[in-house]
Design a protein around this ligand. Structure first.
Ligand code: ZN
Length: 174
């Protein structure tokens, strides 16, 4: 109940600031994303951006029919995706959450389809599901306030990247 009240409070604040922004000023698109909220969001978005940086690697495995590495990738680097997407969605403003959660379900659905296509060694299906997966992933990141995303992209780029090639024979223990 307390949580419900808090959400209603945030909603009222969001509506109020929306009304204020309709009153003339157009500069603040999402005025209730405070700097604290932005920095909180940044750490979640960074994790997702660093995964997005590696999507070409996944595509490369699909294109080479390297289904072992496709599998390693979906269960290794993308193995915690459900929890990470949920954490991000929960940190967004209440009015951004339904879209974020719907896109998260889309993303996870395509990932599961990709996984199945990989088990079946179905190149065509794997490729189309990969594309849908990436498209929905990017649509989700587009919801993130720009300040958090810019910061996250910078932080993700400075992270060292290791290839799943190293784990071709053994599944990552996770
Ligand atoms: Zn989709």
């Amino acid at each position: 109940m307390r949580r419900y009240k808090a959400i209603v409070g945030v909603l009222i604040a969001a509506i109020a600031s929306f009304l204020v922004s309709c009153g003339g000023s157009t500069e603040a698109v999402a005025p209730t994303y405070t700097p604290e909220k932005i920095s909180q969001l940044t750490s979640y978005v960074t994790r997702l951006e660093s995964k997005r940086d590696r999507f070409p690697e996944l595509l490369n495995y699909i294109e080479k029919d390297n289904w072992v590495n496709v599998d390693n990738f979906t269960h290794g680097p993308l193995g915690q995706l459900r929890a990470e997407l949920l954490r991000l969605s929960n940190q967004l403003l209440p009015n951004d959450q339904p879209k974020a959660k719907a896109l998260s379900e889309e993303i996870l659905g395509h990932l599961q389809n990709l996984d199945e296509a990989s088990q079946d060694r179905n190149y065509g299906k794997a490729l189309s599901q990969y594309r849908e997966f990436v498209g929905d992933f990017e649509a989700l990141l587009d919801i993130v306030p720009e300040g958090a995303r810019k910061q996250a992209i910078e932080e993700a780029e400075s992270e060292p990247v290791s290839s799943v090639d190293e784990t071709t024979t053994t599944m990552p223990a996770e």
